[in-house]
Write a protein that binds this ligand. Sequence first.
Ligand SMILES: [Mg+2]
Ligand SMILES: [Zn+2]
Length: 200
Amino acid sequence: MTVNSKKNLQPAVFLDRDGTINEDIGYMDSAEKLRLYPYAGSAIRQLNKLGFKVIVVTNQSGIARGYFEEARVPETHQRMDQLLALENARIDTYYYCPHHPEGKVAAFRQVCDCRKPAPGMLQVAAREHDIDLSASFMIGDKYSDIGAGHRLGLTTILLETGEGLQQYQEKKDNPSLPQPDHISSNLLSAIEWIARQSIG
Ligand SMILES: [Mg+2]
Ligand SMILES: [Zn+2]
């Protein structure tokens, strides 16, 4: 192995946003509406301590649908950073997909490779942040989250928060859908499960 053939790769935990870290209120058109789940800071702080990169990957088709301006997304993430910092928790980076194939806004109306369950956001993140995908996890409340992680061989966790419980009931017997590796009641219990896997 040459020096350049493999960089120092790090494991990551990829997190969906709405229904995973914060209450899913539909389309998040204002940072003011952001409400973290009460355990989110504690959960993400534990990930920081465990040495995982913490990367948010979120579908924001409200941009393509014309429900809100793209600028609302970084504002919301800035607010999330502020709220998490109060609890000494840190998200390393955020990726979002602004697209939708039937969006009203022409600039964002497209079939893309980043809207989950497509794995594009995770692939770009892995390149930009030297992530070891085989040692990484994907956590979300929808089967689209599970699908994106599954495509790249991540360990996938479906939460019962947000739409998770309903999605599980509707899709658990669907043989055409990849099923989660694990189901957790919420983000905190998912992180506790990851911590146990890491210890071995
Ligand atoms: Mg979600
Ligand atoms: Zn996209």
